[in-house]
Design a protein around this ligand. Structure first.
Ligand SMILES: CC(C)(COP(=O)(O)OP(=O)(O)OC[C@H]1O[C@@H](n2cnc3c(N)ncnc32)[C@H](O)[C@@H]1OP(=O)(O)O)[C@@H](O)C(=O)NCCC(=O)NCCS
Length: 327
């Protein structure tokens, strides 16, 4: 059976940079608090009327196709992980396909909050491994600024906007996505969520007044679950693939908080210089953090490098993947 290999990666962040200094002028916070508690210095924000996650996803996908010299007509399937779809329907994957000229193929969204990219990658992998498709695009795109309450200092410092996309193709050289684990537990539903806008609480004047269309997070509760579950699932994937910390070239963690990343790396026995980190530049871009990390570190990666991808998000959802880098 062929493995699904990542054969290319591309990322996109919008131009506008929201710095800690600007946030200091918006809410009662400080660069010192944000930096020491989260590791974030700045994040990128998508500005402009009528601009959604698809606009960033399409930039990432168009860049990916150009880089790989692959025509839109060659793509067999596109999966988009997002928590901030442009519309309730049609799905953001449809819109991205339209923008980049991919037609007459399947496309759908995956909603697994900050673990969305790992979920989508796992799903895309199945279509390659079964031999059904030869070119699957997996994109993570989130415009978190659309659901962030910029009067709430406990959440507005955390999030940013961005997108990243990978191409999956079959490979028979023993490299590619060799294993993955995805998990969820609804116990987390009240700790991290956007209450209104879905079918349970459709938009009304009341939902708007109560600010229910924004992210709500019980930070300390989420922090505890994130540290434990991201470390546990990373340890699990290492154990079942007989990997020690020394065997791992790179940990590619979801970027929600530098302290969560440090704790995960520590538990896995991975030195800090082998941990991909770009949270200082982008904050938490939800489904885009992992592909944006791979994009930023692409030039440092070598064929055969062992990567462990690990994520945690609302739901709760979490997961890990063991990837042998293919180029
Ligand atoms: C959100 C988070 C950074 C908060 O850090 P924390 O160390 O847990 O801080 P706490 O929430 O306990 O707050 C500590 C104090 O700082 C204050 N505070 C919160 N946000 C602040 C801000 N932006 N600026 C200044 N002070 C702030 C709190 O009000 C609290 O004050 P108090 O002690 O007077 O009540 C942290 O909990 C976190 O990262 N949680 C998980 C995030 C995550 O992974 N989310 C997504 C999963 S994908």
């Amino acid at each position: 059976m062929s493995k699904a290999a990542i054969t290319g990666i591309h990322g996109y962040v919008p131009d506008y940079v929201l710095t800690n200094a600007e946030l200091e002028r918006m809410v009662d916070t400080s660069d010192e608090w944000i930096t020491t508690r989260t590791g974030i210095k700045e994040r990128h924000i998508l500005k402009g009327e009528g601009m959604g996650s698809s606009h960033m996803g399409a930039k990432a996908v168009a860049g990916l196709l150009e880089k790989l010299n692959i025509r839109p007509a060659e793509v067999d399937l596109l999966i988009c992980a997002t928590t901030t779809p442009d519309y309730v329907f049609p799905c953001t994957a449809n819109l991205i396909c339209d923008m980049v000229g991919i037609r007459n193929v399947g496309s759908f969204d995956i909603q697994a909050a900050c673990s969305g990219f790992l979920y989508a990658l796992t799903i895309g992998t199945q279509f390659i491994e079964t031999g059904k498709y030869k070119k699957v695009v997996v994109v993570g795109a989130d415009k978190m600024s659309a659901i962030t309450d910029y009067t709430d200092r406990t959440t507005c410092v955390l999030f940013g906007d961005g997108a990243g996309a990978v191409m999956l193709e079959p490979n028979d050289e023993g490299v590619g996505i060799l294993d993955s684990i995805i998990k969820s537990d609804g116990i987390g539903q009240n700790h991290l969520f956007q209450k209104a806008g879905g079918s349970r609480y459709p938009p009304t004047h009341e939902t708007v007044e109560k600010r229910w269309h924004y992210v709500y997070q019980d930070g300390p509760a989420v922090f505890k679950f994130a540290v434990k579950n991201m470390a546990d699932v990373s340890a699990e994937i290492m154990e079942r693939n007989q990997l020690s910390g020394n065997d791992v070239a790179w940990l590619v963690p979801h970027q929600a908080n530098k302290r969560i990343i440090d704790a995960t790396a520590n538990r896995m026995g991975i030195e800090p210089d082998k941990v991909m980190m770009n949270i200082h530049k982008y904050g938490n871009t939800t489904a885009a953090t992992i592909p944006l990390c791979l994009f930023d570190y692409e030039s440092k990666l070598k064929k055969g490098d062992n990567l462990v991808l690990a994520a945690f998000g609302g739901g709760f959802t979490w997961g890990a993947a063991y990837v042998k880098w293919a180029y």
